[in-house]
Design a protein around this ligand. Structure first.
Ligand SMILES: [Zn+2]
Length: 316
């Protein structure tokens, strides 16, 4: 029977803006809640720390507060288990979760590190296991995909990548500029992920991956989390789950059958695919997937591909 892996959600960012016990209670203003995850048989969720520059939160104190919220609001739930190592993941999967849900921590945008790799190392110690180099804009390490000058990595950005490789911090290319992507591809000695991006040739939003990028990630045995952002999925008014399947078909046609999964971007979006509006709706997505693909493929896409990737890439 299928389980759910989700590679990107922003519930920590919402809690940072407005701390509440909504995650445990299943409150409406949160897409990802503990009751919702239980309903959809989640096995593993990646929780992103995102500090918005515009809200003036780009400070180390806010970074630490996000990690505290992860412990106080997320990991405090009875079945939630912190996943830091391949051993943790193995234990989680050995009994198919046995009522537990794994929680991983990531940082979206290296801005707050301010070039200080000591902070990166401390974050790794604190359990952060993946890093998006940029959000949409430029920072000290690289240009984001929306930065008009379309630059790649800075000298410091190259050092960041080398240090991530050395530590085992998984690199995430969602939001990174195209030039930055190719420089990272060349420099990184380890496979990397695009935690929440779709296929550009199906929906030509700049946040999506071009075919050669998808191909490069597959070649490196990386992982792509298809995302539920409606305007990354289709340019029609009401975007349906069937339209998301077109991205799956495309990535599979490029050879990605064992490299794709989902990264919803729940709690980071204010528009949703019709019927796919919160964690509990993965049930509906699974139903639709099972109508279109053999059960074995559905299991690969819903969680097994991600579990296999993280089993290889997390430290022992
Ligand atoms: Zn994002």
């Amino acid at each position: 029977m299928w389980r759910v892996f989700d590679g990107h959600c922003d519930v920590l960012s919402k809690l940072l803006e407005n701390d509440s016990n909504g995650f445990s209670m299943g409150q409406d203003n949160l897409d990802v809640t503990y009751p919702g995850m239980l309903q959809s048989r989640y096995l593993l969720q990646n929780f992103a720390i995102f500090l918005s520059a515009t809200s003036g939160r780009l400070r180390l104190e806010e970074l630490l507060r996000s990690i505290d919220l992860f412990h106080q609001r997320i990991l405090s739930q009875p079945g939630m288990t912190l996943i830091r190592t391949s051993e943790d993941l193995k234990a989680l999967c050995s009994e198919n979760g046995n009522g537990r849900i794994g929680a991983m921590l990531s940082l979206e945008g290296a801005d707050v590190l301010n070039g200080n790799l000591a902070v990166l190392r401390i974050l790794f110690q604190l359990g952060v296991r993946s890093l998006g180099i940029t959000w949409n804009h430029a920072n000290w390490a690289a240009d984001g995909i929306m930065e008009p000058r379309r630059g790649g990595l800075t000298g410091q950005g190259r050092m960041l990548i080398e240090e991530c490789n050395r530590l085992g911090m998984i690199l995430d290319v969602s939001h990174l500029s195209e030039r930055g992507f190719w420089e990272l591809d060349e420099l990184s000695v380890r496979p990397y992920i695009a935690s929440h991006s779709n296929a550009y040739s199906i929906c030509s939003h700049p946040r999506n991956l071009k075919d050669d990028q998808i191909h490069a990630i597959i070649q490196r045995s990386g992982f792509i989390g298809l995302t539920f952002v409606p305007y990354f999925t289709a340019s029609t008014k009401d975007v349906t789950m069937d339209q998301l399947l077109v991205h799956i078909d495309h990535m599979c046609a490029l050879g990605g059958e064992r490299c794709i999964g989902f990264g919803s971007d729940f709690d980071g979006i204010d528009q949703w695919i019709v019927g796919l509006e919160n964690a509990s709706h993965y049930n509906r997505l699974a139903e639709i997937l099972l109508k279109h693909y053999p059960e074995e493929i559905v299991n690969q896409i819903l969680y097994k591909n991600a579990i296999e990737f993280y089993s290889r890439e997390l430290p022992d």
